[in-house]
Write a new protein. Structure first.
Length: 157
């Protein structure tokens, strides 16, 4: 067990007590005045470290190149505008050129191709045409408008 070191508030006599006696009242052995044994956290406050002057310390902040606000020198992303300072880490969406799409399966940016009608598509179209002209025509228009990715050959959403 460690001891708690403290001084009597009346006579300034340095005293020492076991840590498990913290919070108890005793009489000072020198002046016989009652005093409470302090807890360790009430001991002398820790010294406050001196802050180095601006000339002694390295630069801790800088201006964001996008919005001009002050940010930490080690920052990777501006907390004010949300821009990544290193463009290789940017998560902003890619600009997809006109006429191209990003495949939801292989994530490639491609020019969509028309899907080839297979035997099953033709069978379904014939069956729907037999049931009525309108459902068959709707299915045929929908089927002809479907596009596929040239890389993975799957339908684009």
């Amino acid at each position: 067990m460690t001891d708690v070191k403290f001084t009597c508030p009346s006579c300034k006599q340095p005293l020492e007590a076991a840590e498990d006696m913290c919070g108890q009242w005793i009489d000072c052995p020198s002046c016989e005045q009652p005093l409470e044994i302090p807890f360790k956290s009430r001991q002398a406050p820790l010294p406050i470290p001196a802050v180095p002057s601006r000339s002694e310390r390295p630069e801790m902040s800088k201006a964001c190149p996008f919005c001009g606000e002050t940010i930490l020198a080690a920052a990777r992303k501006c907390k004010h505008c949300g821009e990544f300072l290193d463009r290789s880490q940017s998560r902003s969406p890619e600009v997809i050129p006109r006429g191209k799409v990003q495949c939801g399966h292989c994530h490639a940016i491609v020019t969509p191709q028309r899907m080839q009608a297979g035997c099953s598509s033709l069978f379904i179209a014939m069956l729907l045409l037999c049931l009525g002209i309108l459902p068959g025509l709707i299915y045929m228009v929908w089927e002809s408008s479907r596009k596929q990715c040239p890389n993975c050959k799957l339908a684009l959403q």
